[in-house]
Every structure is written in C-alpha cells, then in structure tokens.
Design a protein around this ligand. Sequence first.
Ligand SMILES: [Zn+2]
Length: 490
Amino acid sequence: MKQQLYIYNSLSKKKELFIPINEGFVGMYVCGPTVYSNVHLGNCRTFLSFDLVFRYLQHLGYKVRYVRNITDAGHLENDADYGEDRIAKKARLEQLEPMEVVQRYTVDFHTIMAKFNALPPSIEPTATGHIIEQIELIKKIIDEGYAYEVNGSVYFNVHAYNKKHHYGVLSGRNLDDMIANTRELEGQTDKKNPQDFALWKKAEPQHIMRWPSPWSDGFPGWHLECTAMSTKYLGEHFDIHGGGMDLKFPHHECEIAQAEACNHQAPVNYWMHANMLKLNGKKMAKSTGNNILPNELFSGNNSILSKAYSPSVAKFFMFQAHYRSILDVSDEALTASEKGFNKLLQAIREIDNLKASEKSSVSVSEWKQSCYDAMNDDFNSPVLIAQLFEGVKIINAVKEEKQTLTQQAIETLKDTMNAFIFDVLGLKDNDEECTTDNKALTQAVNLLIEMRNKARADKDFATGDKIRDELLSAGIQLKDGKDGTTFSVL
Ligand SMILES: [Zn+2]
C-alpha cells in the first residue's frame, strides 16, 4: 500500500505532497536544545512532535537521516546579538566550567527524551564540534559579498542580501517593515544596519568560550551552526527542516539567508514548525511560577498536579492535539487523557481473546486505511487517536458478539493497533506487557512461569522458589492470583 503523505510547509503556507529529493531517503534537520538549563515541557513537545514525524516516515519505509543538534555555544541571551552567552552565564553563576554546564544539561535532555521513549536522532552534532566548518562558511559568505568585518566581528549584510533575495520569505516579513519597527539598541554600534546579524563575534576579555579565527578570538553566531551542520550532514539541499514556532524568526530566516548566500539555492524543501504549550491557559514562564518540568509531571511533585502521570500518558495527551495547534496543559486534561489511554491499552489486551468468525461484518482494511489517512494529512495525530478509538469500538463489538471478524481481520486489527500505538506514536504500556519491545521478554518470562508451575505440580518446590527468586533478583516480580501467575518489571 503506497501512502501519499502531505506535509504543511511553513514556507508556502500550504499542505504539499511529500516528494523526497532522493527516492526512499529523507534528510531531516531539527534545531535541538540550548543546554544551559533543564529541558522544559514546551521544548519536549517540539521534540516529541518531530519524533512522531521521524517514526512515521520510518514506518512508511523511508530511510531517514535525522540530524538534531546540541547548541553548546553562541546562543546569546538576546536574539539581537547582545547579552551574555547563555551557557557562559550559567557557568559563571554556578562557578562551573561551561562544558560542565553543557554536560549536565545534555544528560538531562537525553534522560528525559528516553523517558518519553523518543528515538535518538541519527546524528547529534554540537556547535563547539563544528567551529572549523562555521569559520569556512563565514569565509564563503564574505567572498559572496554578503558579510563584512568590523572590529573583529563579522556580520551578515541583510540589506545587501535583500537586494537579490527576500529576507523574510519564511516568516512573511519584509525588510522595509523591519526597518520601520527597529529601534537602535546599545551594543549594536558595530553593525551597518540593526537588521544585520552576527556570524562571528569577537570575545570580550571576560568571555570564556572563545576560539581563534581569521578575524579575532571569538565565537560563532547562533544561526550559523545550524547551516554549518545541516549542510555537512544533509547537503546543500535537503528535505525537511523543523523546529519550534518561535524559531521561525529570526533563527530560521537567517539560516535560509546564510545557505542561499553560500549555495545559491533554497536549502530546504519542507519547513515544519511545532506550536507552543501553555499551562492552565497561560504562557509557561519560570518567573511567574506558571511552569512545569517533565520530572515534576512524572513524580506529581508540583502544586498544580493532583497526581503523577507516566511519560506515555503525557505524550498521549500531547498527541491528542495537532502539532501545529497551541496545546493547554492542565491536571484535568491529563487525567482525561490517562483514562483514554488506559481504555486503549485495555482493548489491545482483549484482541487475543476475540473469537474468529467465517465472515467479517465490518471492514478492518477500511479502518486501517483511515488510520493512515489521518497521519498522511500532515501527521494528524488527534484524528489518528480518534481512529484508534474506532478500533476499540470494533474490538468491543466483536467481544460482545454484535459484530464478527475473520481470523485474518483480527490479525490485521491487532497489527495495526500495535503499529500505530507503539511504533508510530511511540507509547508504552506501563504494565510492560503489551509493547512490541517487550514481546521477547514476555515470552521468556511466561516460559519460566510455565516451568515453575510444572515444578510446583511435581512438588519440586525448591525449583519453583528458585525460579521466583532468581527472577526477582533480575527485577521481575511474579504474582500468583486466581487466574494464574502474572509478572511485573520492577
Ligand atoms: Zn537551529
């Protein structure tokens, strides 16, 4: 079944049929985190949205090279190229080496992403690991006539660029409006025009993170690293570039300008942007206390929560909204999602008990295609979830003998439910029993339970207890109940 995938392209502001540059292959770049503090839930939503994209493209059979960077230098406090480097500031405040800050929050980011069962990207390059590539890129932009050096810093000349190209093509802005709306700010005196942006900044004497360059000891501008790393790993022209909505301007606009200036072509075919997350109807902000960290969600340790929610419940909640819509988190909404998610898991467990009939009274293949149709419509996860609940209705109707399915239809129903819930949405069954990842574990433990039952039936209690105790020391607890023995992973 060949699926036709449509993606909403932020550049054309239309849904477009996805045609990869090289058939069967997809190159995707997503702007990763700046690792100077714990990753917040809004960022997690962005990365989980692109995990869904990555997973679905792979599910469709594409070989995807997914590059997501780590910003570990060059991201200043203010997007207009002034203020302290965010990582250097944290290092100064906490009396750490900048690389200690980077390491601490990179580990935090990876841990949280693993808890959310997000797949790691194919390549995760860092800005500090690509200083040479960034310097080469600046040289090229200067040679092309789109950058100039002042006092050891190099700036991209937006006005010169805009004469031949449209600076603002992605965000729908134009330079004249930007000029009209810009105030002269202190610290920008080196720039020919306030709209120009830094490619290289000369480091002040107190600035710790610095590298030698032809212009000065300094550091690269934040926008440059993504152009350097996406070009290095995906080429001058690649399929998908993603990020949070807030990166559209200036970050992504600057990426387009840098790449066009060097390579004389648009770098990306499909630009995708994930929308923001609100908390109780308000913007999340540390300063107002209207904020929640992923670990607080998993532990319930936050005053706005009545209980803890598992990463899968949180993720299921997020996917109940489309990635381009604003999503409002609240305790009530999470509780409702938890109920829905449990209902879905319960239904999956029932599939194996369904009785097959000679004929099917409902079309499972039509239902299956409607799941694909949802995802093919710009990764519409809320519609997909609604279709999965249609699957639950079919399961319950067959269980109650109101509908019938053939054995083959039951298999298709089971495979499709499993594929979308566990592989595409990347959710996990908290009981650790139904996930496709744990199929082998379940089979192996069930075999040991059977051997233990046999030993006990033969009055060989020593062997029975040994199996139970050894499993327990391996972190698997057996529970004997009326209906037999079950297990849980501790
Ligand atoms: Zn970026």
